[in-house]
Design a protein around this ligand. Structure first.
Ligand code: DUC
Ligand code: ZN
Ligand code: ZN
Length: 469
């Protein structure tokens, strides 16, 4: 009887700390040994010439999330996690959204039921708190945190999600007391409304108006306010999807003062710009394909965000996968969306392209190291959100979640080859060097050379313990 179910031999193992030639022995879905040589296995994967990376963890994705009247998100759990697997990911973290006026607990339970039995990769669910009533703050939220929903997001904008400053302070206070991780969408509600109304009055309704309605200072001001509230309450927070140099400067300033402000950015803020929202050729509506919040900025911001990645201002790169179909009355080209940027659903697909885009633009160009790549795409996600020592690295005891990566493989990203439910990718035609060739989740090969081999239900819905520190 072989000692291991699976052995990975011949590859270069990369973690956030080390790069080494080693073999990996896997049994019962977990890594047992990482050593120069490992014993016999029922199956051997030859990883010669390949990197063996921790399976990607994407701690910020939106799947089957209610998105307003008449609008339907393009992915359910099966399609989003299928795309995640093909893109080298083994765990994703979507959001259970509390509709205003509704119970947070019921929203979490209903969302979990949607995921159970459908997923190709493991899923851990964050909450979105949109209505911090006394019952939510006093009972529901503490009980959910104790039950394993240990992180939640709050919004500083959007009519149906925005919390005012007092509500943010109250929610932060519960998080500090209960030890939960809070993610903040930092954009100022009133400034966006003010600008949007002015733009519409001036006849600027094209998708590009979205960028004009949310300039960098809107993000900068909200980031500073969130940081101040966190300092007041003595809470560590994560500022998510940081797009602009100015917001990043606020975060770096806070970190320099010793505040534990964590930050996330996304491939769109490294590779796209506001000009993309002007559309392709003479079709301004096609700019809707790039409408997301915060909006992509300019080349100077891209350079600043790269420097923030290099300097450690950012701990995680997530996709913020938030997919809507383009040519669809329930998606980007919904009837109201054609009348104004305000009604174009916010978000772009990216769950399958996050790793190749970051690897190519980051590692292949020499901007970040392989070890930084592992930290930014897996290890730090696990550490921030209470999955560490189970997920996020390669070592004895970790789940056998691995991505075999060909650093020399050149590929052109094409919608036709992707697995998500959207009908386009913002990275159509984008050329990358470096590609995931095999995804292994808890010791089973779930994707190989662009083919997804797993069945829905192989991925589990995880409960978490509270994140250390
Ligand atoms: N925030 C997100 O995190 N995703 C999509 C839209 C948004 O506003
Ligand atoms: Zn957001
Ligand atoms: Zn998001």
């Amino acid at each position: 009887m072989p000692e291991f179910d699976l052995a990975i031999r011949g590859g270069t193992v990369v973690t956030a700390a080390d790069t080494l030639r080693a073999e990996i022995g896997i049994r019962d879905g977990r890594i047992v040994t990482v050593a120069e040589r490992v014993a016999d296995a029922a199956r051997t994967v030859d990883a010669s010439g390949l990197l063996v990376l921790p399976g990607g963890i994407d701690s910020h994705v939106h799947i089957a999330q209610p998105s307003g009247p008449g609008i339907v998100m393009a992915d359910d759990f099966a399609s989003a996690t299928r795309a995640a697997a093909a893109g080298g990911n083994t765990c994703v973290m979507p959001f259970a959204l509390q509709p205003r006026g509704a119970s947070l607990r019921e929203a979490a339970e209903a969302y979990r039921a949607l995921a159970e039995g459908q997923c190709h990769v493991d899923v851990a669910i964050h909450l979105i708190v949109s209505d911090p009533t006394e019952a939510v703050l006093g009972q529901e939220l503490p009980a959910l945190i104790a039950a394993g929903y240990t992180s939640f997001k709050v919004f500083m904008t959007y009519d149906d999600l925005v919390l005012n400053d007092r509500q943010i302070l109250d929610v932060f206070d519960v998080a500090r007391r209960e030890g939960a991780r809070v993610m903040v969408h930092a954009e100022g509600y009133d400034a966006i409304r003010y600008l949007s109304e002015r733009l519409e009055k001036a006849g600027e309704t094209r998708p590009f108006g979205h960028a004009l309605s949310r300039p960098q200072l809107v993000e900068r001001e909200a980031a500073h306010r969130a940081i101040s509230h966190a300092e007041l309450v003595d809470l560590d927070i994560v500022i998510v999807h940081v797009s602009g140099e100015q917001a990043m400067e606020q975060i770096a300033w806070a970190q320099g003062r010793g505040l534990k402000i964590h930050a996330e950015t996304c491939p769109q803020y490294l590779t796209l710009t506001a000009d993309d929202m002007k559309g392709i050729g003479d079709d301004p509506m096609s700019g809707a394909k790039y409408v997301c919040s915060p909006p992509p900025r300019d080349a100077a911001s891209q350079a600043a965000i790269w420097s923030g990645l290099q300097r450690g201002v950012f701990e995680v790169v997530s996709s913020d996968h938030c997919p809507f179909r383009y040519d669809d009355p329930a998606g980007k080209l919904n009837p109201r969306g054609k009348t104004s940027f305000r009604w174009i659903p916010n978000g772009i697909p990216g769950i399958e392209t996050r790793l190749p885009v970051l690897f190519s633009e980051g590692v292949s160009t020499g901007r970040i190291t392989l070890n930084q790549f592992a930290a930014l795409t897996a290890t730090n996600h696990a550490k921030l959100y209470g999955l560490y020592l189970r997920k996020g690295s390669i070592g004895p005891g970790f789940d056998a979640d691995l991505t075999l990566w060909d650093p020399n493989h050149r590929e052109t990203i094409r919608q036709a080859a992707l697995h998500h439910g959207a009908d386009y990718t913002p990275w159509e035609g984008f050329q990358v060097t470096g590609w995931p060739v095999m995804t292994i989740a808890r010791g089973r090969v779930i994707a190989e050379d662009g083919r997804v081999l797993s069945e829905p239900g192989q991925g589990r819905v995880l409960d978490r313990s509270l994140a250390p520190g």
